[in-house]
Design a protein around this ligand. Structure first.
Ligand SMILES: [Zn+2]
Length: 482
């Protein structure tokens, strides 16, 4: 190999506690990174004298990949935007986020809309960002062009999505789309809730969480997941199917059976379904509202079993914020419209803000249930990277992979205070929550983009963030699992 083929080493990371992947144990390592931000060499020693970055006693592991984030740009940037979303991600050790195709305007359902989003994100990405495309009625012909442009796969709804620009598909429309995806090797993801005739009981108090919860029973998820499995079987093995944000444990038996049958089916759940419960939602606290809903503690315990036994493949945020007025929330500057009731769970927008705070949430709850650091890497780094078609670049620390790292102290106490929330609208159920696990630095392709030790007045730093964005748009070819 000539010297031209071997880019020179640009930075060297070392630590006493490095976790390379979910199959390794924690131990010393020194990681050499080339000028393209790729890992060139790894040595099993702690070598501070060689290093440009010394993690010391902190844990250095792969950066998180969050495959389910609503950035809402372009079109609804008062809800969120790429600068604030990627700052929040960086502050939480999340080095890759994949944006959802809805809640932005236009929704990402054509190659033109895909290009609009990509161009609008330019210069605003503090971490690497990609996007999913959407399947809506009538756009089957748009799927292949979006895949070619770099969309990571596709999402569809089997019930009302909450926004008019992203209508749900019926079985016939789904079949049309999946026929296209079978030809072009695309992944399809389902918001798995279907109407079962359940509705809001007008006699119940809308400011009580139970009123909303009763209107979205587990049967809605079970019904949708039965259809997902049927379609998955019809197109197997050519179209991998994925269930986003599973909440209802009632659907686990059908999922276990489908997986045992060998169907190409994967499932994610979210930090909120694993760390919050219906019994503890205060009245009027619409920051807890999302669809499908957070259910009872007994349901949460069953989801944890499925996470630990591998039935649930990975965990994402489903970060989906909006302005406080749409949450019908008077705090954070929210104005309650006339004739509306403050804290009306039925009328409030559904969605939980949480990008970048998942690591301490998952770790704090998980470690008392037997979750290991290796499990954490598997659930929020490796499997989410594979899911996003980034198996060859992200999710593990290995030669040839992007040098994306989170450096954190798993034992350090961390109260989630407002100053630690970097997304645009700070309304979240996690404010003031006591956790363990604090992120100290975040590294994207060899460059540190977040560092809590940097003073504000340093030339290249502001508020612990690098002044310049180092994120890239992710349009590299997709490596499917099947
Ligand atoms: Zn979502």
């Amino acid at each position: 190999m000539s010297s031209q083929d071997t880019p020179s080493i640009a930075s060297v990371f070392t630590g006493k506690r490095v976790l390379l992947d979910s199959q390794s144990s924690v131990g010393p390592a020194t990681i050499h990174v080339d000028g393209r931000g790729k890992i060139a060499r790894i040595e099993p020693t702690y070598s501070p004298s060689l290093a440009t970055f010394d993690a010391g006693d902190a844990l250095l592991m792969p950066g998180l990949v969050d495959g389910h984030v609503h950035i809402n740009q372009p079109g609804r940037t008062q809800w969120e935007g790429v600068v604030t979303a990627s700052h929040a991600a960086a502050a939480g050790g999340v080095t890759t986020i994949i944006d959802m195709p809805l809640n932005c305007i236009p929704s990402t359902v054509t190659a033109e809309a895909y290009a609009l989003k990509r161009d609008s994100f330019r210069q605003g990405m503090w971490v690497d960002v990609g996007t999913w495309g959407g399947v809506v009625p009538g756009n089957a012909g748009d799927l292949a062009p979006m895949l070619e442009a770099g969309a990571r796969g596709f999402k569809c709804f089997l019930c009302d999505s909450g926004v008019d620009e992203f209508p749900p598909v019926d079985e016939a429309q789904l079949r049309l789309a999946m026929t296209q995806l079978a030809e072009h090797k695309g992944l399809i993801m389902f918001h798995a809730e279907m109407d079962t005739g359940a509705s809001v009981d007008a006699a119940q108090d809308p400011t009580l969480y139970s009123t909303f919860l009763d209107s979205r029973p587990p049967a809605m998820e079970v019904r949708a997941i039965d259809l997902v499995i049927k379609m998955c079987r019809e197109f197997a093995p050519r179209v991998p199917c994925h269930i986003v944000h599973l909440s209802a444990a009632d659907a686990l038996p059908a999922i276990r059976a489908a997986k045992a049958e060998g169907l190409p089916l994967t499932v994610e759940t979210c930090f909120h379904y694993l760390t919050l419960s219906a019994e503890a939602v205060p009245s009027r606290s619409t920051e807890y509202k999302c669809c499908p809903p957070i259910r009872q503690q007994a349901n949460c315990d069953l989801l944890w079993e499925a996470v630990l036994d591998g039935t649930i493949d990975f965990v994402v945020s489903d970060h989906s914020p909006c302005t406080p007025d749409l949450k019908l929330h008077a705090c954070c500057g929210g104005k309650i419209p006339e004739a509306a009731v403050e804290g009306d769970f039925v009328k409030a927008w559904g969605g939980i803000a949480s990008v970048g705070i998942g690591l301490p949430l998952l770790w704090t709850e998980g470690r008392r249930r037997g979750l290991t650091l290796q499990d954490v890497v598997r659930l929020v780094c490796e499997r989410t990277a594979v899911h996003s078609g980034l198996k060859d670049r992200k999710g593990r620390i290995a030669v040839g992979m992007d040098a994306d790292f989170v450096v954190w102290q798993p034992e350090e106490e961390n109260r989630i205070t407002a100053d630690k929330l970097h997304f645009r609208n700070k309304l979240t159920p996690y404010q003031e929550r006591e956790c363990v696990g604090l992120v100290h630095q975040t590294v994207v392709r060899g460059t540190t983009v977040y560092d809590i030790t940097k003073p504000d007045d340093e030339a290249e730093w502001e508020n612990s963030f690098s002044k310049l964005p180092h994120g890239q748009w992710l349009d590299s070819p997709i490596t499917l699992r099947y």
